[in-house]
Design a protein around this ligand. Structure first.
Ligand SMILES: C[S@@+](CC[C@H](N)C(=O)[O-])C[C@H]1O[C@@H](n2cnc3c(N)ncnc32)[C@H](O)[C@@H]1O
Length: 395
């Protein structure tokens, strides 16, 4: 459905927070945050400071190549994506556009930044190939399985029930952010898979124009962006969406305490997005409950547990089966005797030698007794880390 530029979204009765500003492209003052930049996204991206963006979420034109109107069996017209911004004269033209915006986007990312691009069978294979050509490193292709897809009215093909999101790091060397534990917690302690079942945007979430029609043909569900942002960003990061539309990325980013920048050409969408984001309330920082990445946790050598009296020299550690024993030395080494050999070294080296394995995570291998129960020594390491984190936040 083409959007009527004169349509205005309904005014909110709720108290609104600060509205995002719309700027022209004078960006000499550094990276702007929490606003919509009006104009062509390629030109705007080229004018932003390089290396200033932590994550990009892009929902570009899909080049759907729809020909003629589509009708339901009752002869009503289907609200298809036939907007002028989705039209390209050829695949070559689409590829040129894709190469240009993905290249400008890559320059904007920090070295450890990542990008998500959503698409359908119409464009996602072309996008994937161009991402690889430009030096991005593909990390996953996520299948967004729509729990309520539009049927195939003509009955000539399968119901098109999913879209694909490619998640890619800036380069193979990027230390991109993946909040593994957060994803697992969000999924009832089961590792999050690459197929996500989420309904399409409908009901109260779908922005309407004053005639009660859809404000935008391709508004994405907030739940999808929620998972994307929770997976690959942290509070305070800066997230850019070069094809902002109704501002779904900005709305969820604001809710989650991330900074956002939206690029969009069309005034009516900018208006919708501005009104929408102004109404969003940020989740309290204390309620975000972000989990630290393993690599960000402070290093705690085993010896520190002895220094702090959490384990005493002479304590006997065992494996989880209580079959193998080692005594703790005052210097943080462990000593184990078998019928043939005696081993002395770090918790990791001795654990590996006893199992005849190339390596061993001593933190999870060795256990200590607390009353009748036995626990991995990692539990004590976590106690030290918690202590260190408390000290850091007080300072
Ligand atoms: C697929 S829609 C994005 C919808 C958005 N994710 C949402 O949830 O509302 C793509 C948007 O990109 C905008 N657009 C397309 N080409 C553009 C360009 N070259 N520069 C700026 N905006 C562009 C269109 O106006 C459209 O709103």
């Amino acid at each position: 459905m083409p959007v009527n530029k004169s349509n205005e979204p309904k005014k909110s009765t709720k108290k609104s927070t600060k509205k995002p500003t719309i700027l022209s492209t004078d960006l000499s003052i550094g990276v702007p945050k929490n606003l919509i930049l009006k104009g062509d996204s390629i030109q705007t991206m080229k004018s932003l400071p390089k290396g200033s963006i932590d994550m990009i979420f892009a929902d570009p034109p899909y080049n759907m190549q729809l020909k003629g109107d589509l009708h339901r069996p009752d002869n009503s017209k289907v609200d298809a994506v036939d907007d002028h911004w989705d039209q390209f004269s050829s695949f070559e033209q689409y590829d040129k556009f894709t190469r240009e915006w993905l290249s400008a986007a890559r320059d904007l990312l920090t070295d450890d930044g990542s990008i998500w691009v959503i698409g359908s069978y119409h464009n996602i294979y072309r996008v994937g190939a161009i991402l690889q050509e430009l030096g991005y490193w593909i990390l996953n292709d996520i299948v967004w399985r729509k729990s309520n897809p539009m049927p195939n009215f003509r009955g000539r093909r399968f119901t098109n029930a999913h879209e694909t999101m490619i998640w890619a790091a800036k380069s193979e060397k990027s230390k991109y952010r993946f909040n593994y534990d957060t994803m697992k917690t969000l999924n009832d302690d089961i590792q999050m898979r690459s197929d996500w079942t989420i309904p399409i945007c409908s009901g109260g979430e779908r922005l309407k124009d004053e005639n009660g029609e859809k404000g935008h043909t391709t508004q994405k569900p907030e739940a999808l962006l929620y998972r994307v942002l929770m997976a690959s960003t942290q509070a305070g990061d800066t997230v850019l969406d070069p094809f902002f539309g109704t501002g779904t990325t900005g709305a969820v980013a604001k809710k989650l305490g991330r900074n956002w920048i939206g690029l969009e050409r069309e005034d009516n969408y900018i208006k919708l997005a501005t009104e929408r984001i102004a109404k969003v309330e940020q989740i309290e920082e204390s309620e975000l409950l972000t989990q630290t990445l393993k690599r960000e946790e402070p290093r705690v050598p085993f010896g520190w547990l002895i220094e702090r009296g959490l384990i005493k020299a002479g304590t006997v550690l065992t494996d989880s089966q209580n079959k193998i024993e080692a005594k703790v030395g005052a210097d943080g080494s462990v000593i184990a005797k078998t019928e043939i050999n005696q081993y002395r070294g770090s918790i990791h080296k001795v654990g590996a030698a006893l199992q005849d394995a190339p390596s061993c995570n001593g933190w999870t291998y060795w256990h200590y007794k607390d009353g009748k129960n036995s626990f991995p020594i990692d539990r004590l390491r976590q106690r030290v880390r918690d202590e260190m984190n408390t000290q850091t936040s007080i300072q």
